[in-house]
Design a protein around this ligand. Structure first.
Ligand code: 0RA
Length: 636
């Protein structure tokens, strides 16, 4: 159709301009969305999603629909006012087109005080458009539907007015450009987490998530961050009902929800507008100041001994604390410490939060003396345990033990001194420990036998841990200390390898060791120093030749390949059944072994798993094991 062609070519000049406008995005996508891996890919969804969330925050949208479609595209739809479609008086271009094709043009029309692009980089829809193979936007507004489609950020045609409609809203559908990303596969769990976070923050907003097979999940939390705190504590024994307070002013608003559980870890999530701030910042500091002050004041007020009150530290007030704090600031005044928006820097947030927390808690303690007493008992227990641990540690330190000047007798150390080259195998049982000693390369591989089940440290205080011989030996061998005085730079081995039998007891011991590291030396996991050794499950012997299989599939494959010949298959019951040569070849030689690195993919998830596996809620543990038993080799 000639008319069509003419129309397209008349668009050329502007196309070039648009291309120029978005070219930097396609040249350096990482600058705009952080990375081009799965995380960057999912930023595309949160960018578009947060535009709709902003519309809801401004009070104009109540529902948001997100869809992962079968063709790999994703859609976000809201029932807000619809992006304006009127033509810009100077350029004659529709506001909708400007939003979709100009960098930073997105969301600049309304300019309401709380308008904040919540995406990590806050770059708007045009960046998503630039990084999409195609994108289509449909706006319902002023009684009509308006549509425009783009290819890699370039409009195919001007905004089209189509059917008459009665509703209002915006729907954006886009297919990420495969050439821009290392993966373009949606992770539904990732999308679901983003949605859930936002649903918790905006009480009353309903999200619907539809997966490619058409299944829809709905997210709506009447209680906002109160529901979030209840959810984070749902598998724990709690000490009080969820406490909630909030305060609104013209310049700043905040909400706080908190609840104690009987554990020892702290889980405080902080948010600014719809952005999660994993590194905290002034709002979190203010919250902590207010909490410490309120607890100290109340302790004095009910006549607790002065020595105890004076000894309470901020850290003690946060043992077993689960909380969510949510600050709302006008967009144009938000300051972050870094480009990645992980830490808030606004000084006014600190005083505001300190005061709100302090006042809110004062009132709560006053009105709920029973719960207040329980919280205070918990805090003073933490104080006493900390003092006891320090005394115990000091005593050990005096003997020089925790410093590593006298290493444990059970440790077969390596001769190399450069920690980055050194490995320590934590081996289940003394007999396997002996085999491992024969199998190791003594220059850089150390062996520490672990005699059976160690203490479950999920909820143990340091004083108890240090008294447990096996753990004390481990702490001394590692050389990095423990608790407040941990110095990870002093760690003597950069590979800590847990080697247990491939049976239930072995898994239990491995879990207990991982719990110890996760709860008490998390730096080891964060730095990627913790590993699990994978010993073989089967030995397949064909005459003098021995082959090893690490799982059933491998065994079946090997057996099918040597079919017909005479062979024997035996299942290893434990490490002890191997001799040193076999153990070296299969499990310890860096050239031939397989190690599984322990990582914290999702700290909250991990926390839940550990609580379930190692905590006291036996029915929850049973349920978890029954549900996940088929994924028994779980990579945490
Ligand atoms: C600016 C002004 C108006 C609406 C929007 C932005 C808007 C943007 C997005 C992005 C996704 N969904 C959205 N919904 C609305 C409306 C101004 C008016 O009607 O007075």
């Amino acid at each position: 159709m000639p008319a069509q062609i003419t129309k397209t070519s008349s668009y050329t000049a502007k196309d070039i301009q648009v291309l120029e406008g978005l070219e930097p995005v396609r040249k350096r996508p990482g600058m705009y969305i952080g990375s081009t891996d799965a995380s960057g890919l999912h930023h595309l969804i949160t960018e578009i999603l947060d535009n709709s969330v902003d519309e809801a925050l401004a009070g104009h949208a109540t529902e948001i629909w997100v869809e992962a479609n079968e063709d790999g595209s994703a859609s976000v739809k809201d029932n807000g006012r619809g992006i304006p479609v009127d033509k810009h008086p100077k350029t004659g271009t529709s506001a909708l087109e400007l939003t979709m094709t100009k960098l930073h043009a997105g969301g600049k029309f309304g300019d309401t005080a709380y308008k904040v692009s919540g995406g990590l980089h806050g770059v708007g829809a045009s960046v998503v458009n630039a990084l999409s193979d195609w994108l289509e936007v449909e706006v319902h507004r002023d009684s009509f539907a308006w549509v425009q489609k783009y290819k890699r950020g370039v409009p195919e045609w001007p905004v089209k007015k189509t059917d008459p409609v009665k509703d209002t809203g915006t729907k954006t559908t886009f297919l990420p450009d495969k050439s821009m990303f290392t993966t373009t596969e949606w992770n539904l769990k990732n999308i679901e987490d983003s949605i859930r976070n936002r649903a918790y923050l905006i009480a009353g907003l309903t999200f619907h998530l539809k997966n490619p097979s058409g299944l829809t999940k709905t997210f709506y939390f009447e209680g906002g961050i109160k529901s979030l705190v209840a959810h984070n504590n749902h598998e724990k024994q709690t000490l009080n009902t969820v406490v909630y307070f909030k305060k609104d002013t013209d310049d700043i608003s905040a909400e706080i929800a908190l609840q104690y559980n009987d554990g020892i870890s702290e889980n405080v999530e902080s948010f600014v507008n719809v952005i999660k701030t994993p590194d905290g910042g002034t709002h979190l500091t203010g919250f902590r100041i207010g909490l410490t002050r309120a607890i100290n004041d109340y302790a004095k007020k009910i006549g607790l001994q002065k020595e105890v009150v004076d000894a309470i530290t901020g850290e003690d007030t946060r043992e077993g604390l689960t909380a969510a704090i949510f600050v709302k600031l006008p967009t144009n005044s938000i300051q972050f410490e870094s480009q990645t928006k992980t830490k808030l820097n606004n000084p006014e947030a600190q005083g505001f939060m300190a005061q709100l927390t302090n006042q809110g808690l004062n009132t709560y303690f006053e009105e709920n003396p029973g719960e207040a007493r329980k919280i205070l008992e918990k805090v003073t227990l933490a104080t006493r345990a900390r003092l006891a641990a320090r005394a115990a540690k000091d005593a050990v330190l005096r003997k020089g033990a925790l410093e590593g000047s006298s290493l444990p007798g059970k440790l077969a150390d390596c001769s190399e001194k450069d920690a980055s080259l050194c490995e320590i195998y934590l081996v289940e049982g003394d007999s396997a420990g002996g085999t491992a000693k024969g199998a190791r390369d003594r220059k850089y591989q150390a062996i520490l036998p672990i005699g059976g089940k160690i203490l479950n440290t999920e909820r143990a205080h340091l004083d108890k841990i240090i008294k447990f011989e096996e753990l004390k030996d481990l702490i001394i061998a590692l050389g990095a200390g423990i608790g407040e005085t941990t110095n990870i730079d002093k760690l003597r081995y950069h590979r800590i390898i847990i080697m247990t039998d491939a049976d239930v007891d072995g898994s239990h011991i491995a879990t207990l060791l991982m719990t110890f590291f996760y709860r008490h030396l998390p730096q080891v996991i964060q730095n990627g120093y913790l590993y699990i050794a994978l010993p073989p499950l089967y030995k397949i012997q064909l005459g003098k030749e021995i082959k090893y299989a690490y799982n059933d599939e491998e065994k079946d494959k090997i057996v099918s390949e040597i079919n017909g010949s005479k062979f024997t298959v035996s299942r290893y019951k434990g490490l002890g059944e191997m001799n040193s040569d076999q153990l070296r070849e299969t499990t310890m030689d860096p050239e031939t072994r397989t190690l599984k690195q322990v990582t914290i993919e999702n700290a909250e998830e991990t926390d839940n798993v550990f609580t379930t596996l190692m905590g006291e809620d036996v029915p929850a543990r049973k349920k978890f094991i029954q549900t996940y038993a088929q994924f028994a080799s779980l990579d945490i």
